[in-house]
Design a protein around this ligand. Structure first.
Ligand code: NDP
Length: 257
């Protein structure tokens, strides 16, 4: 099925860590001979290291473009497609993965700055990147073609105390995904959502503002998913036959406390 990726260009946001980084490797392993990856995040130096490691592992059949892009900055998002080198412009697959959670305060106490970061990144950023890429999809024959995978969360379905804003952002992603799928139903554009449960990445460290001990305690009594577990599902979904849309995937650890 990896052959279905031959010749494709894939943009992954938030590719400098966690699920996005794992996706980059899984896509490269699935089609190591003829693939282009645009790996975007704020930490572009980290992405350069990731790109070098992937090339070392799979060879140079996978062309990788490290891209510095802050999805929460509308001006950057509006212009990045035009600035892409010609051989990376024809994006076929968009993995809207950049995002995260800030803090565990209750709704009455959460700081305005944290609310803004979460909405600007998880919701507005995801929408803006989608808007930047859609014209490429719509320019293709038969009304358009291309794949969009939005990374939501179990938090968008099962809100928890101390997560009001994060959960709201992920519910918004879910709603946006479902609307976009309906808006593109007469095209060959596939719109998919992947919702991870507890997955061990930098996510929890960011949530607790760098406190690694608190972050680790999140996973006490359970075996969390790995970023690779999620990446494998994303690659599987994208490599289905063109007429198949795996619209919705919810993934969580088998054993949870
Ligand atoms: P990580 O914190 O490990 O990675 C987050 C990635 O997003 C990093 O590459 C970071 O890169 C990037 N990012 C954050 N803000 C921006 C921004 N403004 N512009 C561009 N890139 C940005 O977290 P995960 O891999 O776990 O998270 C990936 C996605 O999965 C998120 O949407 C998250 O909400 C979701 N998710 C995670 C779960 C988990 O348990 N881990 C559970 C459910 C959903 P940089 O800092 O370099 O910009």
């Amino acid at each position: 099925a990896g052959q279905r990726l031959a010749g494709k260009t894939i943009l992954i946001t938030g590719a400098s860590a966690g699920i996005g980084q794992a996706c980059a490797l899984e896509f490269a392993l699935a089609q190591p001979h003829d693939l282009r990856l645009i790996l975007a995040a704020r930490r572009v130096d980290t992405i350069r290291e990731i790109a070098a490691a992937i090339t070392k592992q799979v060879g140079d059949g996978v062309k990788i473009l490290p891209l510095q892009l802050d999805v929460s900055k509308p001006d950057e998002v509006r212009t990045f497609v035009d600035k892409l080198p010609e051989e990376f412009k024809n994006i076929d697959v968009l993995i809207n993965n950049a995002g995260g959670v800030r803090g565990v305060e209750t709704a009455g106490n959460i700081a305005e700055a944290d609310i803004n970061v979460m909405f600007d990144t998880n919701v507005t950023g995801l929408i803006n990147v989608t808007q930047a890429v859609l014209p490429i999809f719509f320019a293709r024959p038969d009304g358009g073609a291309g794949d969009i995978v939005n990374i939501g969360s179990i938090a968008g379905r099962e809100p928890y105390a101390g997560g009001s804003i994060y959960c709201a952002t992920k519910a918004a992603v879910r709603s946006f995904t479902d609307s976009l799928r309906r808006e593109t139903i007469n095209t060959k554009i596939r719109v998919m959502e992947v919702d991870p449960g507890a997955t061990e990445t930098e996510f929890s460290v960011v949530r607790f503002r760098g406190d690694k001990a608190k972050a680790d305690a999140t996973y006490a009594g359970m075996e969390p998913l790995t970023a690779q577990d999620i990446a494998e599902v994303i690659v599987f979904n994208v490599t289905r036959r063109q007429n198949v849309v795996v619209a919705d995937s919810l993934i969580f650890p088998t054993v949870q406390a």
